[in-house]
Design a protein around this ligand. Structure first.
Ligand code: NAP
Ligand code: MG
Length: 499
């Protein structure tokens, strides 16, 4: 029976068993060194389980298994329709186990369990289902060579690919990579973030049950500086797809240059500007969306709309509405309580980082308009209130750096050109939002905004069905849509002389 109430979730938690080993060549194994690291829940600081700490030697073992599986053709040579069937079964197994997966995610990184289920796990299943359904509908090309030759342009899998992912949507970010990687025939080595390894470890078992052959999916929990670096530097990994900070994204470009020139795709940080013009169609809806877009997942979202760029004449009224929404709907609560919409920060380090930014904003002269404090400290967990700064200048730290917490910086403008200028005043270019009733103005502004996605009269967009990724230092390459497959395949040109 599906878990519904707080008591259901608590009961399920008390009976939960945790998979805690690495998954290599179709088997759960300890790390080669025997070392483990502690998996601590940010809900109450309790130790959930100790998890295998993988390092270079484990990466070597996983690459050998992945390469053997790839070259044998056990997966890569299956027909697209056969791979589709496995992907659809995996999607079904994820849905059948969504309560357990959602609870693991929540205990591990503190997001509200109802959202972990409805948003994360539903999205994970959708990702495998969507790429599964797509793969036997993609056709290759014939070049226009005339009657004397036949030019075939075919897509081939790359081989062995590393996926290194963050902790904010642990299994969802992994699935955005694994689905297009696997469906196109590659073998994969997944390294979840050290803060949130539990769902990735469990997924390996479901993938086996769905029919993914041994060696095709390997999961290596471990630290970035060791296991992550070993993946980046490995001479027999053909590509790495990374989601995480811009700082670490740059490391992967260096690893590639220092090793085998593996292809690197990067989904990195963001500082989404949410531009609200005074002619927005519905200011109440816009304010609610603005609050949701910064406080959802405690602001630990790469596309979090962390800069509210609002037209001067409506600023006071608008800010009041955003504050009211935050106070009414987004107060941090117990993530297992179905009524909670905002949970915890991922760990103590992240709490300290975010509180540091709140202090920096005040020191730089911005006005702390609401929130700004840690709450529920008696629980032993990592909770921060929805926080809004007013009177922020674009050159302030809180307007430039990615805070990755529930902290909104408010800036104002008096004409559309200035709004675009503020929006583009960033090293990032992942996402931007714009609210206006004037479609001509919207089109003109959207063209000038340097971001991979611009959403108009909405803050979410659709990052499954449309390409998703960044301009500037927000990354290289796109997840989402059929374009995601471009990163995990290469083109073969075969020229056949006919006379
Ligand atoms: P992170 O510190 O960059 O870590 C991401 C991954 O890289 C983790 O698995 C991490 O392992 C690993 N890593 C860390 N240092 C490494 C190194 N020196 N060499 C190789 N791998 C290394 O990012 P995070 O703190 O987990 O996540 C937050 C960041 O992710 C934010 O900047 C956010 O914007 C970004 N993000 C972007 C998107 C997007 O699609 N654009 C989506 C979600 C998040 P450890 O956990 O062991 O450190
Ligand atoms: Mg954890």
């Amino acid at each position: 029976m599906a878990a519904v109430t707080l008591e259901d979730w608590q009961k399920m938690r008390d009976g939960l068993s945790y998979r805690n080993q690495a998954f290599i060549d179709g088997k759960y194994v300890n790390s080669a060194s025997g070392k483990t690291f502690e998996c601590i829940s940010p809900i109450d600081g309790r130790l959930l389980v100790k998890v295998a700490e993988c390092d270079k030697e484990d990466v070597n073992r996983a690459v050998i298994a992945a390469r053997r599986a790839f070259e044998s053709g056990v997966w890569a040579d299956q027909s697209p329709a056969a791979r589709k069937a496995v992907m659809l079964k995996l999607a079904r197994l994820i849905r059948e186990n969504e309560d357990e997966l959602a609870l693991l995610e929540t205990l591990d990184m503190g997001k509200p369990v109802t959202l972990a289920k409805a948003f994360d796990m539903n999205g994970v299943a959708d990702s495998f289902q969507w790429f599964g359904e797509a793969i036997d509908k993609i056709y290759d090309e014939i070049a226009p060579l005339g009657n004397t030759a036949l030019g075939l342009i075919t897509r081939e899998p790359l081989g062995v690919i590393g996926a290194v992912v963050p902790w904010n949507f642990p299994l969802l970010m992994a699935s955005w990579k694994l689905a297009p990687m696997l469906v196109s025939g590659n073998s994969v080595i997944l390294k979840p973030a050290e803060q949130s390894p539990l769902t990735a470890i469990r997924l390996a078992e479901l993938a086996m049950e769905a029919g993914i052959p041994e060696g095709v999916l390997n999961v290596l929990p471990g630290y970035g500086e060791t296991a992550g670096q070993a993946i980046g530097m490995h001479m027999d990994i053909d590509a790495v797809s990374f989601t995480g900070s811009t700082e670490v994204g740059k490391y992967f470009l260096q690893y590639s240059g220092k090793s085998n020139m593996k292809s690197i795709s990067l989904e990195c940080g963001g500082k989404t500007p949410n531009i609200v013009m005074k002619d927005a169609p519905n200011l109440d809806a816009a304010a609610q969306a603005a609050g949701m877009a910064i406080f959802f997942n405690s602001g630990q979202v790469c596309i979090a709309s962390s800069r509210l760029v609002v037209e001067e004449s409506i600023k006071d009224e608008f800010l009041e509405k955003v504050k009211a929404f935050g106070q009414a709907a987004m107060q941090p609560g117990d993530p297992l309580d179905p009524n909670t919409l905002m949970g915890t920060m991922v760990d103590k380090t992240q709490t300290a980082r975010v509180m540091g930014y709140i202090e920096a904003g005040q020191k730089e002269g911005a006005t702390l308009y609401s929130g700004g404090k840690q709450v529920r400290q008696n629980t032993g967990g990592e909770y921060i209130e929805p926080t809004i700064f007013d009177n922020v200048k674009s050159n302030m730290k809180i307007a430039q750096e990615e805070i990755f917490g529930p902290v909104l910086s408010t800036l104002t403008f008096t004409n559309a050109d200035d709004a675009v200028k503020i929006a583009n005043d960033s090293v990032y270019g992942l996402f931007a939002n714009l609210w206006t009733n004037d479609l001509t103005k919207a089109h003109k502004m959207a063209r000038k905004i340097k971001a991979g996605t611009v959403t108009i009269n909405n803050t979410n967009g659709n990052i499954q069905l449309m390409p998703f990724g960044g301009y500037k230092q927000s990354g290289i390459g796109r997840d989402g849509s059929l374009h995601a497959i471009d990163k995990y395949t290469q083109l073969k040109s075969t020229h056949i002389q006919l006379d």
